[in-house]
Each structure stands twice: as structure tokens, then as C-alpha cells.
Design a binder for this molecule. Structure first.
Ligand code: DGY
Length: 321
């Protein structure tokens, strides 16, 4: 029997590419450039499976593209699936899988990295030193804000939200409050639920977002909600850029309506608004929440497990649609 054709849109860790080549007729990415719509359509038409990621827009046109083969599965190399039109996938009978669980700790680590960076003014401090402006120790130089005893507000208490709560409470002595759409049976650490996003926005000293992106949550953190934040509070986003009203956030940062922000994700990646690049009170990262060798390898292996399950008629480890 011929091995199924699997098109892979981006370079993946070496062990994952080796496994793909051993188990399938794998069409690996040669240059790691994101697939534009025409390449995605061709991939759907000429493959049995497509292993894609957040830089690939599987919209209705791509998913409905019929052809010689017509891929029966899109295995997304990400936990988030906001790059895929799930309704069309469902209607077209295309299976969609994702990579939950394996990236929880890595992403929570980056949320804490951003919290520490922005509250301790690391970007400003490093810039001062690198630009040769440091004139030696001073008792009042670059004073930040302590975490001990402060309130961390988690919006979206799923796996990653809980992992952030655990680190913040046990490692840094923060008090945790959270909002989650549905009741949370076990937060894993002492944490108090609040009845609304607004309540968390108004009470927390640091707010960390852990919500899925996509139309349902677009600009959920609106100008009005940003307006509820304390002037001393920080906003951390390792989820998706589109859940925040980015222009409103920039305005709040620019006018010091809030103290700062730590961002790993942006509304129109890879574009980062210029205004953000010029602000001193932000820590900015290029969507590296899950970027460790171990995690990216585990994500790749889970995506391949899903593809193998598809062709082996087994249960999918993590099916979305
Ligand atoms: C995800 O998994 O959704 C991340 O954004 C990429 O790791």
C-alpha cells in the first residue's frame, strides 16, 4: 500500500521530520516560509493530510478546495485553532486536531517571564546598560513593583491559566483571582473565582490572559475593560493578540493609564505596531510561548500521532472537529 502523502507547511524539530519521513510520504518544508492561500489550496488538493500551524489560514476556500486527493485531516501544530474555519471543516468532513497539554508548562513559563520582565523593568534596564547610559548603582534607579502579596488575575482558567496561577502563588507569593466562563472544579492552588471579567480587570495588579482567539473572543479585552484597570496594573498576553483591543491598550500604555504590558502575541502577526516598539513600559516577545526544543518536539509528535491515528483508524489523541 502507498504511504499517505502528508504536506508539512513549516520546518519542524529534526526528530519530528525524521518520523514523518519514516512513516509517510512526507512533503517537508524546504524553506520554512509560511504558506500563502494558493500553496495551502494545492496542499489540500494533493495530499492526504496537511500538518499546518498558526501561520496557515485554513479558511473556507482552502478547506473546500477539492482535487485529486483532498486531505482528510488538518493536524494543527498548536493548541489554538483560530487559524482554521472549524465550521467549514465540519461541513466538508475534514478532521481537525491540535496539540493541547504538551505546551502548558512552556507557555506558563513565558507568562511568568513577561510578568517579571515588565514589573522589574527589565527591557528599560537592559537598554540603559547596552546604550552606555548606566552611571552606576543608585538606590532609586529603575524601581519596579514587587509581586509578593499582589493580586494576579487570570482570565481563562484552563490548563495554562492554572499553570500560571500555580507558579505565581507558590513561587512568588501572589494571591490569585480568576474568571472562567464555566465553573472550575479544581484550580490546583488557592484561587478565588470572580463572576465577571470586569471584576478581575478592576481588582488585579497583574492580569494574565489565557483565552482562545477567534471571532468569539475578538477584542474581549476592550477599551472599556482596559479602562477598569488600576493605574498601577500590568496586562500580560500569551494567548492571542486579537483578544485585546490593541489600539486601546497602546493608548493606555502611552498615557500611563496603566503601568505596563507584557506581550508574546499581536493582533496582526508578524506586524507589531510601531507605537508599541517605542514604549518603555512594555516587554515584547515574538510568539515564543511554546518555543523550547522539548515542547516543540512534543507538539510535533502529537500532531504526527493524530495523523497516524487517522490513517490507522484509531482514536485521535486530540481531535477538535
Ligand atoms: C499555540 O499552540 O496555540 C501557540 O500559540 C503556538 O505554540
Amino acid at each position: 500500500m502507498m504511504a499517505p502523502v502528508v504536506t508539512v507547511t513549516r520546518r519542524l524539530p529534526q526528530a519530528v521530520e525524521a518520523r514523518l519521513s519514516a512513516e509517510f510520504d512526507a512533503r517537508l518544508s524546504a524553506d520554512d516560509t509560511p504558506f500563502a492561500a494558493d500553496r495551502l489550496i494545492a496542499a489540500m488538493r494533493d495530499s492526504d493530510a496537511v500538518l499546518g500551524t498558526v501561520t496557515d489560514r485554513f479558511d473556507a476556500t482552502v478547506l473546500a478546495a477539492g482535487g485529486r486527493r483532498r486531505a482528510g485531516i488538518v493536524a494543527n501544530f498548536a493548541v489554538g485553532v483560530n487559524n482554521i474555519d472549524l465550521d467549514t471543516a465540519r461541513a466538508e468532513g475534514v478532521v481537525v486536531t491540535n496539540t493541547p497539554g504538551v505546551l502548558t508548562d512552556a507557555t506558563a513559563d513565558v507568562a511568568l517571564t513577561l510578568i517579571l520582565n515588565v514589573t522589574r523593568r527589565v527591557p528599560e534596564s537592559e537598554a540603559l546598560l547596552r546604550q552606555g547610559r548606566w552611571q552606576g548603582f543608585s538606590p532609586t534607579l529603575l524601581l519596579g513593583s514587587a509581586l509578593q502579596g499582589k493580586v494576579l488575575g487570570i482570565i481563562g482558567m484552563g490548563r495554562i491559566g492554572k499553570a500560571v496561577a500555580r507558579r505565581a502563588a507558590l513561587g512568588f507569593g501572589m494571591k490569585v483571582i480568576y474568571y472562567n466562563r464555566s465553573p472550575v472544579a479544581d484550580a490546583g492552588v488557592e484561587a478565588a473565582a470572580r463572576g465577571s471579567i470586569d471584576a478581575v480587570m478592576a481588582e488585579a495588579d497583574v492580569i494574565s490572559l489565557h483565552l482562545p482567539g477567534g471571532a468569539g473572543n475578538a477584542r474581549l479585552i476592550s477599551a472599556q475593560r482596559i479602562g477598569l484597570m488600576k493605574p498601577t496594573a500590568y496586562l500580560i498576553n500569551t494567548a492571542r493578540g486579537d483578544v485585546v483591543d490593541e489600539p486601546a491598550l497602546i493608548e493606555a500604555l502611552r498615557t500611563r493609564r496603566i503601568a505596563g504590558a507584557g506581550l508574546d502575541v499581536f493582533a496582526a502577526e508578524p506586524q507589531v505596531p510601531h507605537a508599541l516598539l517605542d514604549l518603555p513600559n512594555v516587554a515584547l516577545l515574538p510568539h515564543i510561548g511554546s518555543a523550547t526544543v522539548e515542547t516543540r518536539t512534543a507538539m510535533g509528535m502529537l500532531a504526527v500521532d493524530n495523523i497516524a491515528a487517522h490513517f490507522g483508524a484509531q482514536d485521535y489523541p486530540s481531535r477538535v472537529v
